[in-house]
Design a protein around this ligand. Structure first.
Ligand SMILES: [Zn+2]
Length: 287
């Protein structure tokens, strides 16, 4: 589905870590077409090619209809995932909290917060998605670090967003600057590059790096970034068995086949299944 965006005319070279700027790196595997996944000493991972401005605008313009809400069954699963994500963060929220969802898509995750009486708003880069969300919430369309947003939020959400951003620190610092004292940042549905499946499957990891999903983090790398901004880690979990995607008996067998393939000196052929540790969920509090 995404491959059409990986033509060279849509790509630009990345020769330094987009998180810390270091040029020291270790190529960990080939993503495809000569594009490599790199590991940085900061703990982050990145793809050495990513979408250029033309590619970004082509990719995100109609993402909402092309990918996000294209398959009904996937949308139903995502709704069940929203319930899991909401239940976890709800324990950190005070009544009537001011909530900002960065990359709010069509606003369906915000619906959970609105239903509980929280004051919701969103930011969205994709035009179609922004229009949709704006039917129910105040939504600013555009690039989060550049937007003029009044501070004072109790919760800022990055749900499945940070793997796409080209300048992560500008997102982290913008979020920290918009938080009220004691406010929280919620990072969830975030691929964990330290996951056992990423180590085993590499470019067959379901959430592998690509020129689109171009940056990867580990729990430690994210915690370090937010600590530098005066935000401490107050929650960390890895949803799997409680998700609608889990099928532990089958998933364990699939991973076992992959490990056996590697032991024979081959690469796993199937993509990685849902598994413990694949996705991380973290909560940071501004002290
Ligand atoms: Zn780095």
């Amino acid at each position: 589905m995404e491959e059409e965006f990986f033509e060279r005319r849509y790509l630009e070279n990345v020769d330094a870590c987009p998180v810390c700027g270091s040029r020291q790196r270790q190529a960990v595997y080939e993503v495809g077409g000569g594009v490599m996944a790199q590991k940085c000493a900061c703990g982050g991972y990145y793809c050495d090619h990513r979408l250029n401005p033309e590619g970004l605008s082509a990719y995100w313009q109609d993402y909402q209809n092309r990918e996000h809400s294209a398959v009904q069954e996937e949308c139903a699963m995502r709704q069940r995932m929203y319930a899991v994500d909401y239940a976890y963060i709800a324990q950190f929220l005070k009544p009537g909290a001011k909530v900002l969802d960065v990359g709010c898509a069509d606003g369906l995750f915000l619906d959970w917060f609105a239903a509980a009486g929280h004051e919701c708003s969103g930011v969205e880069f994709g035009h179609e998605a922004a229009l949709k969300a704006a039917q129910r919430y105040p939504v600013q369309e555009g690039y989060f670090p550049d937007l003029d947003i009044a501070p004072g939020f109790d919760l800022i959400i990055f749900r499945g967003v940070l793997q796409y951003v080209h300048a992560p620190r500008s997102f982290f610092s913008k979020a920290a600057s918009l938080l009220a004292s004691g406010g929280h940042v919620y990072v969830t549905a975030q691929p964990n590059m330290e996951a056992f499946c990423h180590q085993v499957y590499r470019n067959r990891f379901r959430f592998s790096l690509t020129p689109c999903d171009c940056v990867g983090y580990t729990p430690q790398s994210l915690a370090g970034e937010f600590a530098a901004l005066g935000c401490s880690t107050v929650g960390q979990t890895f949803f799997y068995e409680e998700t609608p995607y889990a099928n532990p008996a089958c998933d364990i067998q699939a991973v076992s086949r992959a490990v056996e393939a590697i032991n024979r000196g081959q690469q796993p052929q199937e993509p990685s299944p849902p598994f413990w540790g694949n996705m991380m969920t973290m909560v940071f509090r501004k002290d």
